[in-house]
Design a protein around this ligand. Structure first.
Ligand SMILES: [Zn+2]
Length: 184
């Protein structure tokens, strides 16, 4: 069966049939996202790179429709989650980074505008045809943190191995308090 995620049709075509696409794909099928993750993991020694990072499962759903009653403005609801591998910028070890995106996008052509849809984000269509995967992929890439860090700080060696030393070095609240006293 053809994978609808990789089909190309106009936004109006997707919207007219109210296309719903269930997503359950390995990260390896999302080439741009995979190349971003790969570049991040390249900071690790090769034997430290998680063996199956390309197999992380992207799960979600796309639902096309129209934003307006006249069926002039195509839109799509997109939800997707993946737990990918990333390098913690604090301890420089690999960890599992959960990503979640949820968006309602108004699919507009370049230069096109629409008033009164402030609850939707505008998605500019660069080509006549739209490939649903590109939307999911770009949303996930945008959701990647600029500087990834262990979500659970107890797992982060940089924080956990020498807690006392760290505490001596950084006392953000003490510094803040000192500054506030000065201001008064
Ligand atoms: Zn860490």
């Amino acid at each position: 069966m053809a994978n609808l995620l990789r089909d190309r049709r106009t936004a109006a075509d997707w919207a007219t049939v109210g296309q719903v696409i269930e997503i359950a794909e390995k990260l390896s099928g999302f080439e741009r996202l995979a190349s971003v993750v790969e570049a991040d993991l390249a900071a690790l020694e090769s034997d430290m790179i998680p063996a199956h990072w390309r197999d992380s499962l992207i799960v979600g759903r796309l639902e096309f429709g129209f934003a307006d009653d006249k069926q002039q403005l195509p839109m799509v609801r997109c939800e997707a989650t993946v737990t990918t591998d990333a390098v913690c910028q604090r301890c420089l070890e690999a960890f599992r980074l959960p990503l979640e995106v949820e968006a309602r996008l108004l699919l507009l052509e370049l230069e096109q505008t629409a008033e009164g849809y402030d609850d939707l984000e505008v998605w500019e269509l660069e080509d006549k045809d739209l490939r649903p995967q590109d939307i999911v992929e770009e949303l996930l890439i945008m959701a990647l943190p600029f500087s990834a860090k262990h979500v659970d700080s107890a797992s982060c060696k940089a924080l956990y191995s020498e807690p006392r030393e760290r505490e001596e070095k950084t006392k953000p609240f003490a510094a803040l308090r000192a500054q506030m006293t000065q201001d008064h």
